[in-house]
Design a protein around this ligand. Structure first.
Ligand SMILES: NC(=O)c1ccc[n+]([C@@H]2O[C@H](COP(=O)([O-])OP(=O)(O)OC[C@H]3O[C@@H](n4cnc5c(N)ncnc54)[C@H](O)[C@@H]3O)[C@@H](O)[C@H]2O)c1
Length: 306
């Protein structure tokens, strides 16, 4: 069995490639390199993990490389919520049409399972907390909608073909070698500023909450999804704990040993106030248990310079 990781040169994709190779899986990454990180490329190369430069919208080349023994982990996407508000059509095309093209190529090659990295962004403004998988899907950004559209395409093909799926709705993933630019990367952005001796910048009062999950815990969840019998299901993947952004900033400042005070700037329009996951289903069906405490993960992050 070979695992193909789309977006394999991105933050989660390259961590997953290294993790699965370490576990003895045969891994192949594909990525159009539009948002790949240099350190990810270096690590894939040094671990001899093959990477093919390819766009997931390129049906003809996809069908050339997919085979019926493969499992696909679909991580390729544009992931910046704010950018998606400025360029919605780019997001629909890249993420929704890209997923549709990939899934069609999977079905045409008898691929039997796809693991789709979806997002908590599909829920929009939560009407109940913690957010369970049964919560309505009601995105408030083109990014969130593009991820929800990808989910629907996968469900459709699963109904009309032999393709099985596992949809993982990831909450806020953090860890080494994450880009500083995206909203999802608030920890990476704070870390970048604190490393430079500058205070973290908080939108609004900082009382908004998020659910942070370490990328290594996410890799373990994905590994479970590769082998689970509980397929054709959606699972939340988070820590299950809310963290206030102000508390996050304080923890990070404390761990840096610097004397800094966070800066507050006006809240961002459309920001979700509170978000954290009910992970009961993933715990029960995937045997998923987050193991890295936030402080531990952040302490480790400060040891990495890239
Ligand atoms: N990082 C998070 O906190 C988070 C949270 C929820 C969901 N997710 C989901 O996890 C997945 C991975 O996120 P990430 O943080 O690693 O993002 P990332 O931007 O670091 O990686 C995405 C990779 O996909 C590639 N890519 C984009 N469009 C492509 C296309 N059309 N064809 C081929 N490659 C393409 C990029 O070059 C990049 O290397 C995404 O699907 C995202 O929606 C991430």
């Amino acid at each position: 069995m070979r695992i193909i990781i789309t977006g394999g040169a991105g933050f989660i994709g390259h961590h997953l490639a290294l993790h699965l190779k370490d576990k003895g899986y045969e891994v192949l990454c594909i990525d159009n390199l539009s948002r790949a990180s240099r350190s990810a490329l270096t690590l894939l190369k040094s671990h001899e993990i093959p990477l093919i430069k390819m766009d997931v919208q390129d049906y003809d080349n996809l069908v050339r490389i997919l085979s019926d023994h493969d499992i696909i982990v679909h991580a390729a996407a544009l992931i910046d919520v704010e950018e998606s508000l400025l360029k919605p059509l780019t997001y629909f095309e890249n993420n929704a049409l890209g997923t549709a093209t990939l899934v069609k190529a999977c079905v045409d090659n008898n691929v039997h399972r796809i693991i789709y990295l979806s997002s908590a962004a599909v829920y929009g403004n939560p009407i109940s907390l913690p957010i369970a998988e049964t919560h309505p899907v009601d995105p408030i950004s083109p990014y969130g909608l593009s991820k929800a559209m990808g989910e629907e395409v996968i469900r459709l093909y699963s109904r009309i073909s032999d393709l099985d799926y596992v949809i993982l709705r990831l909450f806020n993933v953090y860890g080494p070698r994450q880009s500083h630019s995206s909203y999802a990367g608030v920890i990476a952005r704070f870390a970048e500023r604190i490393r430079a001796g500058r205070p973290p910048v908080i939108f609004g009062d900082g009382m908004q909450t998020r659910d942070f999950i370490h990328v290594r815990d996410v890799c373990i969840a994905i590994e479970r999804a590769l082998i689970t019998e509980h397929v054709n299901q959606v699972y939340n993947i988070g820590s299950g704990n809310p963290t206030r952004i102000i508390d996050l900033a304080k923890i990070m400042i404390k761990l840096s040993g610097l004397k800094l005070a966070p800066i507050h700037i006006p809240p961002r329009q459309g920001d979700i106030r509170h978000s954290y996951a009910d992970i009961t289903k993933a715990v029960k069906c995937l045997g998923f248990r987050p193991s890295i405490e936030l402080e531990e993960g952040i302490r480790e992050l400060f040891q990495f310079s890239d």
